[in-house]
Design a protein around this ligand. Sequence first.
Ligand code: HEC
Length: 260
Amino acid sequence: MSEENTNSGPHPSNKTSLEQAAMQDEHMQDVHAQLMREKEEPQEGFSPVPIFLMFLFAALCFWGGVYLVHYSGGFRWDAYDPHFNPNADKPAPVEIPLFERGQKVFSQQCAVCHQATGAGVPGVYPPIAGSEWVTGHPQVLSRILINGLSGPIEVKGNTYNGAMPAFGPNGMNLSNKDLAGVITFIRQEWGNEASDVTEKMVEDYKALYAGRSTTWSAAELKEGLGPIPEPEVEEVVEEDDEFAAEGEQAEEAHAEPAAH
Ligand code: HEC
């Protein structure tokens, strides 16, 4: 410290305290300098948003959109009605008739061998059209489709000796609906005239033959056949309506042949 500085002070007697103060100042400056050094440099403008926050917001917006679409009831004005049913306007899903389903299955699974015309290939693949195996007992046809067929078989006067693959659980594993469809289709297409074979009937036959791993032979097919299942209740009701005028006796007489 210089003399001038100390003289300029208000009282010479304060010299020591001034020096002390100066010392303290220096100390303070040291401390501040330290603080200044450790502080981050101030920056101009705004700091950018952290990238993870951007992603978080984007994900939130996406989730919000999905939530709205799901739970907004189609933004309908009556969506807050306690009895609101969002599916009320939609038509019930249309069940494809067995025959049409079977037509598709046939062209995908069978037409390769038996041809789209159902005429087969002479000497190799037997015909479906006009075949007595097709229009006969539904159990025979179900057996052929569930487990396959091999060995000599006579169809419409010609003998074939090939192998037909299984379409049941041990083969192509078609669903009961598809099997019922294709069986019904081939029983009623190309001039064939035989009864529907329902999903329920196929289900029952599948239960019997799902465990069988060998194909059928023509001779085996004729053995151990059960009774031909009765047509579905719905169809019977329709027929009954037609005969209702004739009274109950007519109905009974009608039911008798089926029991045999
Ligand atoms: C790989 C060729 C092939 C495919 C695919 C095939 N079959 Fe056959 N099918 C045959 C052969 C071969 C026979 C004769 C088997 C024999 O000689 O024992 C036969 C026999 C039959 C018979 C009994 C004989 C007759 O003509 O009435 C029926 C019914 C039949 N097939 C229906 C079908 C149906 C329905 C499908 C499709 C779900 C189908 N087949 C798919 C080759 C095939």
